[in-house]
Design a protein around this ligand. Structure first.
Ligand SMILES: *Cc1c(COP(=O)(O)O)cnc(C)c1O
Length: 399
């Protein structure tokens, strides 16, 4: 375990020490799961390299800690959407090859080149990157991004020859080197759909074009997690691993465990109040839930300000080894579970309440309740929920 993670975690693996230090809300991140997941995927894609995608604060897991763990686990590259995300990692001392691919007019290209970042280029950025390279007197390393069907960023195939011509001129001037070509898949999470074949065919055509233009490529990359797991023909020299790095599955039908992946994030808190109420007690704003009989309500001190989706009424919270659906509306700071009449309230007040993860239900149950995907649920866990870093399963050491 690296020392920074230790400092931030300020606790050990044991439940008892968690009790001793106390906590209100936390997202526990298991860095050994991150390393495991990189190793599993490396085995699948070898000899291709793994780029660990840590954009959006590593999908809510903490970019610096995850990037370090991923590199320890065997990732050779780090991927970010924004240059500013990548610069923060450089400042944290991470010197691995790093690519950022989503830019605006305000992107600090000069700082990026100074920091040795590789830059994705879809079109207009080329001139800006070349100008920045001239200003800092260092050639930029670029990866040409091609839109093979997703319809977002990337050069269309129609615009690609012109982009390659312009890049070739800048390369001759010594202002840049095109070291990579890449694209992004649209439907690889639905392996039965035909569009992935079509995208790979377009990508291969783009590769022929760029090679014919005389560029000497280090890496060709198109696979995201679903591509990695379902399309060996999409691996090329590198894959860009996001969701799988965090131990989650992009497929509805397949669990992470079926790929040897371990979910890294557990979100938990403690039951903040337990009280007996009468039959017919309305619960939370709107009073949409009414208790059937006399019962105990448990108050969970997390809500949409913590990143729990407001619409996820019915999502499971696990307390004392049992799962209770959220009843009534999820509010900004809190939500409510119905514990039934047959409990000892003293067992529940202050008990650990697991929103999802180790000891509780999977993040997918929350995604399902919120009509969204697991990517969004973990990524939106808010800064009000402190991240704690552990090695190994939560509670292992305490048992
Ligand atoms: C986010 C992202 C990825 C990672 O995708 P996952 O499905 O999470 O593996 C890869 N490539 C690009 C360009 C991305 O934006």
């Amino acid at each position: 375990m690296n020392s920074e993670a230790l400092e931030e975690s300020n606790l050990t693996n044991s439940t008892s020490s968690a009790q001793a230090t106390g906590f209100e809300r936390r997202a526990v991140i298991d860095l050994s799961a991150i390393r495991n997941n990189v190793k599993q995927i490396s085995d699948v894609v070898a000899p291709a390299a793994v780029m660990a995608v840590v954009k959006a604060d590593a999908y809510g897991h903490g970019a610096i800690q995850v990037a370090k763990a991923a590199l320890e686990g065997g990732a050779r590259w780090i991927g970010c959407a924004h240059v500013t995300e990548a610069l923060a990692l450089r400042e944290a001392g991470i010197d691995a090859p790093m690519l950022a691919w989503l830019h605006t007019e305000d992107t600090p290209f000069e700082a990026a080149i100074d920091a040795g970042l590789d830059l994705g280029v879809s079109g207009w950025e080329l001139e800006r990157v070349a100008a920045a390279a001239r200003a800092v007197q260092t050639p930029a390393r670029i990866h040409i991004k091609v839109d093979t069907g997703l319809g977002r960023n990337g050069s269309t195939m129609e615009a690609l020859p012109d982009l390659l011509n312009r890049a070739s001129d800048f390369q001759e001037e010594g202002l840049l080197r095109a070291v990579g070509i890449f694209s992004h898949l649209a439907v690889a999470d639905e392996p039965e759909r035909p569009e992935t074949d079509e995208q790979l065919a377009v990508f291969n055509t783009a590769i022929e074009l760029i090679e014919a233009a005389g560029f000497d490529l280090e890496v060709r990359h198109i696979a995201n997690t679903p591509g990695i797991l379902s399309r060996p023909d999409s691996h090329y020299e590198m894959v860009r691993l996001g969701l799988g790095l965090y131990g989650l599955s992009p497929f509805e039908e397949d669990t992470p465990q079926s790929f040897g992946l371990r979910p890294a994030m557990t979100v938990k808190t403690r039951v903040a109040n337990v009280k007996k109420v009468r039959p017919g007690q309305g619960v939370s704003y709107g009073l949409n839930y009414k208790t059937e009989g006399e019962t105990y309500l448990g108050l969970i001190p997390m809500g949409y300000a913590d990143g729990l989706p407001r619409i996820a009424t019915g999502a499971p919270v696990t307390v004392n080894g049992r799962t209770y659906p959220v009843r009534g509306r999820i509010a900004m700071d809190q939500c409510v579970i119905d514990l039934g009449a047959d409990i000892n309230p003293e067992d529940f007040l202050g008990a650990e309440a697991i929103i999802f993860g180790d000891g509780g239900q999977s993040v997918n149950t929350w995604a399902y309740a919120a009509n969204t995907i697991n990517y969004e649920v973990v990524t939106r866990i808010s800064p009000r929920v402190p991240r704690y870093y552990i090695e190994g399963s939560w509670g292992e050491a305490g048992e």
